[in-house]
Write a protein that binds this ligand. Structure first.
Ligand SMILES: *[C@@H]1O[C@H](CO)[C@@H](O)[C@H](O)[C@H]1NC(C)=O
Ligand SMILES: *[C@@H]1O[C@H](CO)[C@@H](O)[C@H](O)[C@H]1NC(C)=O
Length: 507
């Protein structure tokens, strides 16, 4: 332009003409760019292609017009999948009925491990809201496999919990004296229940002032609930149920240490603990004595209903946790370099350190909370499985990549939280597909090399935690059985609690 201006050969009209020509030229380039854009976005890879749209509020998919990010090695391994500007949204709608004072009370005994209790508590807050009741701080499970004596305030920030839900539900620490001695309705609420079910349950208030709920897990359906109930569940889980200051601060410290050690790291939820193996009947790779020990444990645990399990069939159905060795082969197949730092989020590994050798030979930089934290720092944690599980939870949510070796409450809760926070990378192993490959390696039909690696990568390209709507029930399954086949609300709170950028942004 400077050149043009200084040139005396151009008359002013000629100059105007050249500016016009340049504009037209620019517009053409722009149009071409858009054309390329639209074309490339047709090939966008998301994890969405098999989802069903069963939610009431359908809006245009925000992802269709955006560009696919660069496909370099780094983005394949570490960078979160492209999230198309989606962001958390948990604010109530204008129709939301805020809490009104209530002199009726719900008391709850939460059951299960940390994550079963957390999601159960979120459900119970929503139930208290629907039933128009005051919630008493839930009692935690002390009888599960983990046998932890911790109470609510040992694990969670109780004051924050009460305050943050102020507009939703009144929460009190204890039943008031005058109702303590009154008779209580003792209820086992139906699992995966609808709002209508709990509205009906309000009839109990005619006779009782206190309802005691014996079990908190999965008391609400995953789907077909009003959006304000779903968002309330998210507010509880992602905002209200903060861990206690002691847990939160150590958790964040450990995350910092991992980051300063490696820059980035994988959190591996290695669900290879005794209870899980006994429950699933998975004895692949174990000694006869170990298999027998697990069988005896299963026999003698009364609330595990299935006693006779064929381990081979179980494994081939993809129902067994990956063994540490299998995880090593899997991560190597995905292309993670040997130097990768892997944080092991787990309780006690069945079989101890020896069982980790073949994972360690592929990835020497395994990190455990015991090696990351000082003995002094872990003092209040040892012997409290719920507290150490909370540390694992924090580190897993904050990791660059999260890999669960088995599906379960922790895997689901962490995956959902990571989706909520911006679709951080979560790689879910296709265990059924992998077992077929592992068996071929074992039979010498394929080697752990480039070809194997390509198969593993292809198998998992849509299992990296990219945005997609929650999956509905498996096809052809009717009645209550369908609930079991649905993707859990807490595994993927999209679309209710994750919105596109066209909607209002929240802080
Ligand atoms: C909620 O409970 C209070 C009393 O505890 C009652 O006055 C109020 O009408 C109830 N609201 C609804 C919507 O049932
Ligand atoms: C378990 O199932 C496999 C495959 O179906 C079969 O070959 C094997 O004999 C079964 N084992 C037992 C102990 O029944």
């Amino acid at each position: 332009m400077v050149k043009h201006r200084s040139s005396s050969r151009y008359s002013s009209s000629a100059r105007l003409f050249s500016i016009k020509a340049i504009s037209v030229y620019l517009i053409l380039i722009f149009a071409f760019t858009i054309w390329v854009f639209v074309f490339s976005s047709i090939n966008i890879q998301t994890d969405d292609h098999q989802t069903q749209d069963h939610q009431q509020h359908q809006r245009r998919d925000p992802r269709k017009n955006l560009q696919k990010p660069n496909d370099n090695l780094d983005s394949q391994l570490w960078i979160p999948p492209f999230s198309y500007g989606l962001h958390p949204c948990v604010k109530p709608t204008p129709r939301y009925k805020e809490f009104v004072e209530s002199d009726r009370y719900i008391t709850v005994r939460s059951n299960g491990g940390l994550n079963q209790m957390r999601t159960g508590i979120a459900d119970m807050v929503a139930v208290a809201h629907i039933m128009n009741a005051t919630l008493v701080i839930p009692e935690l499970d002390k009888r599960s496999f983990w046998r932890d004596s911790s109470v609510f305030s040992d694990i969670f920030d109780e004051e924050h919990f009460i305050e943050s839900l102020e507009r939703d539900v009144k929460v009190v620490k204890k039943l008031p004296k005058e109702v303590e001695s009154l008779p209580r309705a003792r209820k086992h609420f139906s699992s995966w229940a609808s709002v209508g079910y709990y509205e009906e349950m309000r009839h109990l208030w005619k006779e009782y002032k206190v309802i005691h709920v014996a079990k908190s897990d999965s008391r609400l359906a995953n789907n077909d609930l009003p959006i304000d109930v779903q968002r309330l569940r998210c507010r509880v889980l992602y905002r209200g149920l903060r861990f206690s200051p002691a847990i939160e601060s150590l958790g964040q410290k450990l995350v910092e240490r991992l980051k300063s050690r490696a820059g980035r790291f994988i959190a591996l939820h290695l669900r290879y603990e005794k209870d899980m193996l006994a429950f699933t009947g998975c004895t692949y790779g174990l000694t006869d004595a170990e298999s027998e020990e697990l069988r005896v444990m299963r026999e003698s645990t009364s609330h595990w209903k299935i006693k006779s399990i064929n381990s081979t069939e179980q494994r081939e159905e993809g129902l067994c946790p990956l063994t540490p060795k299998e995880v090593g082969i899997f991560l190597k197949g995905l292309g993670y370099p040997e130097s990768t730092v892997i944080y092991i989020a787990a309780g006690e590994i069945y079989g101890g350190d020896d069982r980790l050798l073949e994972l360690k030979s592929r990835f020497p930089n395994l990190v455990f909370k015991e090696t990351l934290a000082g003995e002094e720092e872990l003092k209040g944690f040892t012997g409290h499985a719920t507290k150490t599980a909370a540390l694992d939870y924090i580190i897993s949510v904050e990791s660059d990549v999260f890999v669960p070796s088995h599906s379960g409450n922790m895997a689901r809760a962490v995956e959902g939280h990571r989706r909520f926070l911006g679709h951080r990378r979560t790689i879910t192993p296709d265990r059924k597909g992998l077992v077929k490959l592992f068996n071929k390696v074992e039979r010498g039909q394929i080697k752990e090399g480039a070809k194997f690696s390509n198969l593993v990568k292809t198998m998992h390209q849509d299992m990296q935690g990219a945005p997609r709507r929650r999956k509905g029930p498996a096809q052809g399954i009717k009645g209550r059985a369908r609930f079991r086949t649905e993707e859990a609300f807490y595994e993927n709170p999209y679309p209710e609690c994750i919105c596109s950028s066209k909607e209002h942004k929240e802080p």
